[in-house]
Design a protein around this ligand. Structure first.
Ligand code: ARG
Length: 459
């Protein structure tokens, strides 16, 4: 089949050049957006009198037929077509003859591909947002159902202060909420129509760009046709948001890997989301979490690949830009897969509060509360900090903890310490008295859960 752009050149490209140039193997996934965009374009051409109303109707019917046939699998993509845009136009022309040849009036593949990609990605962004909402629901449920689980909170991966497990989970909930906001921001900026920019300079036909934009559900049109075909910020922005999201999923995954180890045993994953070892019979590995952590690098890589591709490109369209699609498709596919695994993995995860509580007993995580106790009795904080430190050192030397350290020994460090110290440094008490906004007490954590629920409800 002769190439549609045969004109100045013979179009007889070498086979290897054809393969190299072709994008249909990956841009075919945008066929629905491509055909819907073409239908709006045909309608606009008819509406403005650039073609007749009857011709527009014929084009729209023909396009609908192609869409139906592709949906039903009775038409398959022709790999010898350069890209999805050429394929649709070729089939249309085969089916309609000369009328089919009118579709590409006042349009270029440059604005067409920019349109398709925006439409495709806004749908993907909506899908990912729904999955994020599901993950949020699972986190809220996990937090709500485990309000009594007390664990050591960590800094430098050293036991630091006691917290509610739910407080820790809610930290991830906050991150995901920001991820949802970032995707919503990217989607809003993306939802601007480039169609009608044509090759890049606009057109002499009296087109109606707003008509097309409205029909395709865009909020506005790109105001500069050169920018309309050259801009791939919307891909970069979505991939940046997805990279941040993956960073969050990766941090959570890392904690799951830690928590499921015998060293921690804070949670146990369902057998459905773990694997065994081919040699060590005792193993139960958190492969899904590790893979999510691993795939994070891949999404960062996609973002870097596109940023690097774009950085030296002069305006307007350059073929380099065809490289945008595999990167951004890989990023959205990867994130979607990770979310689809993360949701049920967390949902079926068993929390083991006794093990968390045992870990909370050790590590002197109530030492801050001992210092605060002395401060409340009138001692300056820095002095209280020093005294508490030397008590901890003595406990370590003797092999006891603050809760079992005898009162008479406490008194040797400070006369201010009385019998009430034991209540004050009780781990549950330490948690429940941290009532500051955003803190770890159950009152504060329930407030956080409510707040996130409200934000999710109002979206
Ligand atoms: N397949 C091309 C891409 O993905 C479509 C645009 C082609 N435009 C051109 N002037 N060759 O970027």
């Amino acid at each position: 089949m002769a190439k549609m752009w045969t004109g100045r050149t013979s179009g007889e490209t070498d086979r290897i050049a054809d393969d190299f140039n072709s994008s249909i193997s990956f841009d075919c996934r945008m066929y629905r957006q491509d055909i819907t965009g073409s239908m709006a374009h045909a309608a606009m051409l008819g509406q403005t009198g650039i073609i007749t109303g009857a011709e527009a109707d014929e084009l729209i019917d023909g396009l609908q037929g192609i869409l139906d046939d592709l949906d039903e699998g009775t038409l398959s993509f022709d790999p010898s077509c350069e890209d999805i845009h050429m394929f649709v136009e070729q089939v249309l022309t085969e089916r309609l003859g000369d009328v089919g040849r009118k579709l590409h009036t006042a349009r270029s593949r440059n604005d067409q591909v920019a349109l398709d990609l925006r439409m495709y990605l806004r749908d993907e962004a909506a899908k990912l947002t729904e999955l994020l909402r599901e993950l949020e629901e699972v986190l809220l449920k996990t937090a709500q159902n485990n309000m009594k689980a007390v664990m050591p909170g960590y800094t430098h991966l050293q036991r630091a202060q006691p917290i509610l497990f739910s407080h820790h989970i809610m930290a991830y909930s906050m991150m995901l909420l920001r991820d949802m906001d970032r995707i919503a921001d990217a989607s809003a900026r993306m939802n601007v129509s480039p169609i009608g920019s044509c090759a890049f300079a606009g057109t002499t036909y009296h087109t109606d760009r707003r008509f097309e934009a409205e029909r395709l559900g865009f909020d506005d049109i790109c105001r500069n046709s050169i920018d309309g075909v050259s801009d791939r910020d919307f891909c970069v922005e979505l991939m940046s948001a997805l990279s941040i999201l993956m960073m969050h999923l990766s941090r959570l995954s890392e904690e799951i890997v830690l928590w499921t180890s015998w060293e921690f045993r804070f949670v146990e994953l369902s057998d459905k989301y773990t694997t065994g070892s081919s040699i060590m019979p005792q193993k139960k590995n958190s492969d899904m979490a590790e893979l999510i952590r691993g795939k994070t690098g891949r999404v960062y890589g996609d973002l870097m690949a596109l940023l690097t591709t774009l950085k030296g490109l002069p305006l307007a369209y350059n073929k380099d830009m065809q490289e945008d699609k595999e990167a951004v498709f890989d990023a959205v596919d990867t994130v979607e897969m990770c979310l689809r695994v993360m949701i049920p993995m967390i949902d079926t995860m068993r929390v083991l509060p006794e093990n968390m509580r045992r870990a909370a007993n050790e590590g002197f995580i109530n030492a801050t509360d001992l210092a605060d106790y002395l401060v409340k009795k009138g001692m300056p904080f820095r002095t209280a900090y020093k005294i508490s430190g030397s008590i901890v050192a003595e406990c370590i030397a003797r092999g006891c903890v603050l809760d079992t350290y005898p009162l008479e020994d406490y008194k040797k460090h400070s006369e201010l310490i009385g019998e009430d110290i034991y209540d004050e440094i009780n781990i549950e008490h330490c948690v429940e008295t941290r009532i500051s906004a955003g803190g770890t007490s159950s009152v504060s954590v329930l407030e956080q859960i409510d707040w996130v629920r409200g934000r999710l409800g109002s979206r």
